[in-house]
Design a protein around this ligand. Structure first.
Ligand SMILES: NC(=O)c1ccc[n+]([C@@H]2O[C@H](COP(=O)([O-])OP(=O)(O)OC[C@H]3O[C@@H](n4cnc5c(N)ncnc54)[C@H](O)[C@@H]3O)[C@@H](O)[C@H]2O)c1
Length: 370
């Protein structure tokens, strides 16, 4: 198969779809890989590394898209990439089609096989291609929070771990899923006092075991969230109700009762945020203040650490790239239920029910179309 890797063109996107080690594995397996020049540059993966792994470097996106049987990307295509769509093209990337009717329409019209990272499921019924970005964002949230707690950056001038004779900072994390657990791990490692809040009591039991009682756990309710936030130096929002907007668990009134110079990192901002005073920000202007509390609400936190994020993402995506290349798309869909679940557009139809529902289109199953 001829696999193409264009440079990402979405604003502030710094990741790349395949890393040089992936190129080598594909070439060793008898495939050909074409990479747009500088595709990996922002992830600190220069053209020379791709070349020595066996890729052909080409000067434009058009050359990649035109030659490739399968294009592997990170973000959904933007309008200037639509011109490259054609029947028989396999597009493997994050697609997030539900709110993008125009992209969906073009994929359908051009009969592109669109396989979305975000809907691939594994045997444990989790979404394995979303997990790595939650791991990155969860770990980063503490690093960012610690930095904004410094006086120079608007914080109350608190060192997360304290020092002998001075108590550590208090970190409250709401949501004990992938983001929350990774935040807890780093905050604990930096010496903070950590409280994790979740609705799911079984998850809190697991947390208690994992951290051997070193993390305080609280059942999620108004009173516990209010109390915990009012003592906290750093609050991390990490809840998720799949497919729904995040509930506003920290109200404006709770924020007004927080310590002046405390910091909020609302990681759940990509789902609307779980802090009432949070609104989306970007890496160029990441933080603002409400009632003396610093708010950091960047919707694509992993883009700040593209080298790590690209490696984390491609560790998870690459086995699927290899399977699609080795078997070919149709046989891979037949053989792997996870890949089948990833297919969002196929032969001119929407094949993922939630996307069809949100755009009032008729869905067909992949199996019916194979
Ligand atoms: N900003 C970014 O760059 C970025 C990056 C990655 C992930 N995220 C977002 O972070 C959020 C968390 O992702 P995740 O992978 O950890 O999800 P997850 O499903 O692993 O965890 C979510 C947790 O929230 C808990 N929860 C749900 N309702 C709750 C409530 N009312 N009170 C307390 N806890 C509640 C769930 O029980 C679950 O444990 C998502 O919105 C995700 O999209 C953002």
């Amino acid at each position: 198969m001829l696999i193409g890797v264009p440079k990402e063109v979405k604003d502030h996107e710094t990741r790349v779809g395949i890393v040089p080690s992936g190129v080598k594995a594909l070439v060793d397996a008898g495939h050909k890989v074409v990479v747009e020049t500088n595709a990996g540059a922002l992830s600190s993966m220069p053209d020379e590394d791709y070349k020595s792994a066996g890729a052909e470097i080409v000067g434009s996106a058009a050359e990649v898209w035109k030659q490739a049987d399968m294009v592997v990307k990170v973000k959904e295509p933007i309008e200037k990439e639509y011109q490259y769509f054609r029947p028989d093209l396999v597009l493997f990337t994050y697609l997030h089609l539900a709110p993008l009717p125009e992209l969906t329409e073009t994929l359908l019209k051009k009969k592109v096989t669109g396989i979305a990272y975000e809907t691939i499921r594994d045997r444990n019924n989790t979404l394995p291609l979303l997990t790595p970005m939650s791991e990155v964002a969860g770990r980063m949230a503490v690093q960012v929070g610690a930095s904004y707690l410094e006086k120079e950056r608007g914080g109350r001038g608190v060192l997360l771990g304290g020092v002998p004779g001075v108590p550590p900072a208090q970190v409250t994390i709401i949501g004990a899923g992938i983001v929350g657990t990774n935040s807890a791990k780093i905050a604990l490692g930096m010496g903070a006092i950590v409280t994790l809040i979740d609705l799911n009591l079984n998850r809190l039991r697991e947390i208690d075991d994992i951290f051997n009682g070193r993390v305080y756990t609280l059942a999620s309710n108004y009173y516990h969230i209010f109390k915990s936030c009012s003592h906290a130096d750093l609050v991390i929002g990490a809840v998720l109700i799949p497919g729904a907007s995040a509930p506003k668990l920290v109200t404006r009134q709770m924020v007004s009762k927080m310590k002046k110079g405390a910091v909020i990192v609302d990681v759940a901002i990509d789902q609307g945020g779980c802090i009432e005073t949070a609104h989306p920000t970007t890496h160029s202007n990441p933080a603002y203040e409400v009632d003396g509390v610093v708010h950091y609400c960047v919707t694509n936190m992993p883009a700040a650490v593209p080298h790590t994020s690209t490696l984390a993402l491609t560790n998870a995506t690459f086995p699927y790239v290899m399977k699609l290349a080795q078997l070919g798309p149709a046989a891979a869909m037949k053989a792997d239920e996870g890949i089948r679940e990833g297919v969002n557009t196929f032969k001119g139809y929407v094949t993922y029910p939630a996307v069809a529902e949100s755009q009032k289109r008729k869905a067909k199953t992949v199996s019916a179309l194979l």
